[in-house]
Ligand binder design. Structure first.
Ligand SMILES: Cc1ncc(C[n+]2csc(CCOP(=O)(O)OP(=O)(O)O)c2C)c(N)n1
Ligand code: SF4
Ligand SMILES: [Mg+2]
Length: 350
């Protein structure tokens, strides 16, 4: 098997505003199982970065440990990447973001990485409003360590060998809402047309953006009795809305009947057009979102789409009042107040 991708492409391939083709956003060849949902999410990330004209060198990809956390190697190779320790991606991302606010931060994690060992890290990064898009590639199992139930596995669901999960699940969408995320969505790796715009909007959002992306593990959790299989998710998917994301100053020509679509302007002037396809639910109401999720869940439905959005949200830098210049770009003259100032501080503490 060759791990090199051919560099020659048709000269007529579509390019984005930077003159780059979709292939310029590729990464290394995936070593995941053929058919793994995670590979579809990588393809959706590539498409989204291409479509929003993101310069590859402005993307910082961070992950933990797991099949899902391996995936940043498989997209946008010309970006910054850091594969951290199991469950520790959020704190490493927070530190990187504080040092250089000029990059676009994408955290990729698994349900094991986020909802077990990394649970504390996850909620704290979200509650601080770190400017990032955090994606959980949720398959209900620890794929990399051979298919043990994870904390997101539904009570009563069955493992491949027939064992029944007796523990109650953690719903990471409800948790993100409760922790204060200002953009909360759920996607499905099998529905790229819904997922790509969710990723585009999440990358453009200022503040903590979170997407729980159901991503079936074909090796260990795609059988009858699983609630994270392709068939189960397709059968129980209650899509709430579909999105279009328009760049700043783009003329919006789509024609929607009154009440069918809602425009939301993001901080960079982009517009998110939300087309309602499911039940009535106001995306700007956090409490309504929590209630809606619980109600649908009780009916056995899996809500997908953009569930909550606060387009006015601030991020951690605004909360802390940090300087505009990335810390990484400040010189010694900016960082060192000088011995007289230090002496005054020391004197004030004696
Ligand atoms: C500190 C530590 N504990 C345990 C492990 C073993 N381990 C590796 S990946 C993993 C779980 C991966 O599950 P998930 O995050 O859901 O990713 P998936 O493989 O399902 O995509 C575990 C427990 C580890 N690498 N490091
Ligand atoms: S074990 Fe599961 S999660 Fe890991 S690569 Fe294979 S299908 Fe994907
Ligand atoms: Mg998993």
């Amino acid at each position: 098997m060759s791990y090199l991708k051919p560099k020659l492409h048709h000269p007529g391939l579509p390019t984005n505003a930077l003159g780059l083709t979709r292939f310029d956003y590729d990464g290394a060849v995936s070593t995941l199982c053929a058919g793994c949902g995670h590979d579809s999410i990588s393809a959706a990330i590539i498409q989204a970065c291409f479509e929003i004209d993101l310069p590859p060198h402005r993307l910082a990809k961070l992950s933990g440990i797991g099949c899902s956390s391996k995936t940043p190697t498989y997209f946008v190779g010309a970006s910054h990447g850091f594969n951290s320790v199991h469950g520790r991606m959020p704190s490493v991302l927070t530190g990187a973001n504080l040092a250089n606010r000029d990059l676009v931060y994408l955290g990729v994690s698994g349900d094991g990485d986020t909802a077990s060992i990394g649970l504390g890290q996850f909620v704290h990064a979200v509650r601080r409003g770190v400017n990032m898009l955090y994606i959980v590639e949720n398959n209900g199992v620890y794929g990399l360590t051979k298919g043990q139930f994870s904390a997101t596995a539904d009570q009563g669901s069955k493992s491949k060998r027939g064992a029944v999960n007796t523990d109650a699940p953690i719903d990471v969408v409800s948790l993100a809402l409760q922790a204060g995320a200002s953009f909360v969505a759920r996607g499905f790796s099998g529905d790229k047309s819904q997922l790509v715009p969710l990723i585009k909007a999440g990358l453009k959002h200022r503040g903590a953006a979170f997407i729980d992306c159901l991503s079936p593990c074909v090796a260990f959790n795609n059988h009858a009795g699983s609630t994270k299989s392709f068939d189960y998710v397709r059968d129980h998917n209650a899509a709430l809305n579909r999105l279009d994301v328009m760049p700043p100053r783009a003329q919006i020509t789509a024609d929607y009947a009154p009440g069918e679509a809602q425009d939301v302007t993001l901080h960079d002037g982009s517009t998110v057009i939300l087309r309602k396809v499911g039940a009535e639910h106001p995306v700007g109401d956090r409490v309504a979102a929590m209630n809606y999720l619980q109600e649908r869940q009780a009916e056995g439905e899996i809500v997908t789409g953009l569930i909550y959005l606060d387009p006015e949200a601030d991020d951690l830098h605004a909360h802390l009042g940090t300087v505009e210049t990335p810390l990484a770009h400040l010189g010694t003259g900016d960082l060192c107040p000088g011995s007289a100032a230090l002496e005054a501080i020391n004197a004030s503490l004696r």
